[in-house]
Design a binder for this molecule. Structure first.
Ligand code: HEM
Length: 156
């Protein structure tokens, strides 16, 4: 009886000891394509924007939300200087127009975000609610027009 108990605990120790266990096939660093600078900027926008949308959905928009919107706007302003990955796939002759259109769409967004900040600081929640929807529509069409198709799956 004693021996069985000893063997059992030995077996358990062997199973649970990390060094003894058969090697888990550990994937060496996830084989993901490196993030573009624009993706990094968009991800920062997304983090703040999700909170804004959540507040809008839950009826919790307030003057304090303006700070989150400012984060989105500041990053959108930085994005104007960056180049969408899709641009490289365009014929060289079309790239300048593509970049100009991309910048115009971002400026449309930053204009709406500035209005949204003003509405929030004035505690004009009905106006702010509409502007959140407007900004969302501009983002959606920006992704439709300037994002590579395989990158369109992200949910915002
Ligand atoms: C509230 C506004 C917006 C949010 C929250 C947002 C969010 C995002 C997110 C999460 C990604 C994916 C990043 C990744 O794959 O890691 C992305 C990518 C992208 N977004 Fe936006 N976006 C917004 C507005 C816009 C607008 C207005 C445009 C165009 C004028 C735009 C153009 C792009 C492009 C081109 C990419 C792909 C990145 C690349 O080509 O390198 N986005 N965005």
């Amino acid at each position: 009886m004693k021996l069985r108990l000893l063997l059992l605990s030995l077996a358990l120790a062997l199973i649970s000891a990390p060094g003894v266990r058969a090697e888990d096939p550990k994937p060496a660093v996830k084989a993901e394509k490196p993030e573009t600078e624009l993706e990094q900027t968009m991800n920062k926008m997304n983090k703040a924007w999700r909170e804004v949308r959540k507040a809008a959905k839950e009826g919790k928009l307030s003057p304090a939300t303006a700070d989150l919107v400012a984060t989105v706007r500041t990053n959108a302003e930085a994005a104007v200087k960056l180049t969408p990955a899709l641009e490289a796939e365009k014929p060289a002759a079309d790239r300048a127009k593509f970049q100009a259109d991309f910048q115009a769409q971002l400026k449309k967004l930053t204009g709406i975000l500035a209005q949204l900040e003003t509405a929030l600081r004035a505690n004009d929640i009905p106006a702010a609610t509409k502007l959140v929807a407007d900004a969302g529509a501009v983002a959606k069409s920006g992704h439709h027009d300037f994002k590579k198709p395989d990158e369109k799956e992200h949910k915002h």
